[in-house]
Design a protein around this ligand. Sequence first.
Ligand code: NAD
Length: 236
Amino acid sequence: MKLVVLTGAGISAESGLKTFRASDGLWEAHRIDDVATPEGFARDPDLVHAFYDTRRAQAQGVVPNAAHAALARLEAHLTSTDDAGFTLVTQNIDDLHERAGSVRVVHMHGELNSALCSQCGARLPWTGPLGNRPPCPRCGGHTLRPDVVWFGEIPYRMNEIAQAVDECDLFVVVGTSGVVYPAAGFSSMARAAGARTVLLNLEEQDGWARYDEVHLGPASEVVPRWVDDLIGESHT
Ligand code: NAD
């Protein structure tokens, strides 16, 4: 079986990281245009750096929940057999999947624990702040920005994701509102290519009726239950 899982902010909500749209299009009380666009960064880099420096420190202070752990368990189970394929695509910029034990994680929207140099293009592991304008270790320019894909920018590893979505038998969406493209289009792509589609989300969302299977509820309850059922099925 080839499986692709797409996760969004909802999977990290119960770890204490707020989602994006839940509060009227605001992210931690900031307008998306101000903190998640290249134009917002050009307008007020101090604000954007302070925002992501706070998100980075906040993410470092929380721990993965049962949903992250269940997906790590599923990966370990599936990849223990030769012919299984498993790809975890996340829109999240936190590292809770990795800290739960997931290995094959594709961060299509970048990572808080990474810095991008807008002068030389280097992508560097980064756990400290950027608001103090540290020099780029590669080129020396004071030109580092959060390595996060903002609206209007191209997500990472799209070819690899498109191939995995096209080839999968099962496509599972966890905790995402389904409004941020291109990720919002992946389930239609998977369905068109013949995959079974499953939605695990707190509530109904746009297009939920088009999924083959829908399980509503908090990720920390719904995801472990779904994973245990799938692992159980694979033993029968
Ligand atoms: P979103 O905030 O637009 O939608 C979150 C979805 O999760 C909603 O459908 C909501 O019903 C659901 N949800 C909320 N709590 C849940 C729970 N406990 N269990 C299951 N589902 C729950 O998120 P998105 O679609 O991922 O888009 C947000 C964008 O913002 C992403 O691109 C991401 O980069 C960024 N973001 C990231 C983080 C993070 O890394 N943790 C947090 C906020 C925003």
